[in-house]
Design a protein around this ligand. Structure first.
Ligand SMILES: NC(=O)c1ccc[n+]([C@@H]2O[C@H](COP(=O)([O-])OP(=O)(O)OC[C@H]3O[C@@H](n4cnc5c(N)ncnc54)[C@H](O)[C@@H]3O)[C@@H](O)[C@H]2O)c1
Ligand SMILES: [Zn+2]
Length: 377
């Protein structure tokens, strides 16, 4: 049985004001940068205008862990809001999702109106049933996957993204591309997820470099914001693949930003999934279909799939991103010491379950090794 759902109401542009009428007390979750830079006023100013009482929780930093989530649950329960609004990148949105989830499941709260306002164009967390929480001690990232994590509303206002520096635009942009590509080939895909994933891929191809080169290009920023959300809808329904399973483990062990970890691995995972070095797989045909979307196809499936792998490499090169694990600052000794643990975590990661090709622990180790030294497929 196939399914497709979008619970979240998506508002494009400056539309938070249209949602505040139903709120009396709002708990605002954001990261420390948003609070210190004053960007959180985007929310608090609109709450002031609507005379909604609020409390700001701004303890979130990159890779939110269970400690910060527990702290947030405590403060939220004490404040007892009827709405939660999160403002920030994927880290802040994921933390807020986990806070609301625990307050509802363990704290007996219900009927909380949950609004997500992304300030990066990357994770699609505002519409996904995923939240990634890190166990810093065990160096593991756990994707929680549940329908109850879905926000009620998302505000996609590109004005909020223009301040993102080029390195964040690059990391998060490659994350969008990886979401869309993995969803397009996932075992959980269907015509509806394909529609969202294909549109996201086209938008990334059209807008990512413009957003990187000219951060104030609002058209490119809104294009990437929409791409991120569409890719989020696609993978929330279709699932992801081993690229994300491996990126979670790589990021948790070496603190490489999520999108950057995905970008480093993507050419090697695509090459593995397509069977480029041995026999071509049915996934190669799916990559060839993506290349047709971007008018990069040829008469030859292998060549068309390779053109998609080259497209991923081109994005990475043109945005000055590290293209290998070594270039991301990991030494050979550190890499070898963590390889087994990373491969085990990647295999167990719930994202890996929907990879289009079966994958073993040895396959994963080989992909990591290729990505460490930069072996071209
Ligand atoms: N829930 C999901 O479906 C999902 C999917 C992919 C990734 N994730 C998770 O999301 C997190 C990554 O999220 P992210 O890539 O958005 O990064 P992030 O939230 O960690 O933000 C990256 C950095 O950019 C800053 N920043 C954010 N918006 C900015 C802006 N407008 N201007 C200037 N600086 C800004 C943040 O303060 C932070 O320092 C990871 O924890 C990852 O595991 C979740
Ligand atoms: Zn991702």
């Amino acid at each position: 049985m196939d399914q497709f759902g979008v619970k979240t109401r998506i508002i494009m542009g400056d539309g938070l004001g249209s949602l505040t009428g139903r709120m009396k007390k709002a708990f605002v979750v954001t990261d420390s940068f948003m609070a210190k830079s004053g960007k959180v006023e985007y929310v608090t100013m609109r709450l002031d205008q609507a005379k909604v009482a609020y409390q700001v929780f701004s303890e979130i930093s990159a890779e939110p862990d269970i400690g910060v989530v527990t702290l947030g649950v405590g403060q939220m329960m004490e404040f007892d809001p009827d709405a939660v609004i999160c403002l920030g990148g994927g880290a802040a949105i994921d933390a807020a999702k986990a806070i609301v989830f625990i307050a509802q499941k363990a704290g007996g709260r219900s009927g909380i109106f949950f609004v997500a306002i992304p300030t990066t164009s990357g994770t699609g967390s505002e519409v996904s049933r995923f939240a990634v929480i890190t166990d810093k001690e065990k160096e593991v990232k756990y994707p929680l996957i549940d329908d109850s994590l879905l926000p009620d509303a998302a505000v996609l206002d590109a004005q909020l993204v223009v301040s993102a520096p080029p390195s964040v635009t690059a990391d998060t942009g490659i994350d969008v591309f990886t979401h869309a590509v993995e969803a397009f080939v996932s075992t959980g895909r269907n015509d509806f997820t394909d529609a969202c994933a294909s549109k996201a891929i086209k938008l990334v191809n059209h807008h990512l470099m413009a957003a990187y080169k000219n951060p104030k290009d609002l058209k490119a920023r809104q294009g990437m914001h929409n791409a991120s959300c569409l890719a989020g809808i696609a993978f929330s329904n279709a699932g992801l693949g081993v690229n994300h399973g491996m990126a979670h483990a790589l990021g948790a062990h070496f603190h490489i930003p999520h999108g950057r970890a995905n970008g480093i691995l993507l050419p090697y995972v695509m090459s593995f999934n397509a069977g480029c070095t041995e026999n071509l797989t049915p996934t190669a045909k799916r990559y060839a279909q993506i290349s047709r979307l971007l008018r990069l196809d040829t008469n030859n499936v292998r060549q068309s799939a390779l053109n998609m792998i080259r497209t991923a490499r081109r994005f990475i090169e043109q945005m000055n991103m590290p293209s290998t694990i070594a270039a991301a600052g990991v030494t050979k000794e550190q890499f070898e010491a963590e390889l087994d643990a990373m491969a085990q975590a990647a295999l167990a990661d719930s994202c890996t379950a929907t990879n289009p090709q079966p994958v073993t622990i040895d396959d994963i180790k080989l992909i990591y090794r290729k990505a460490f030294i930069g072996k071209i497929p």
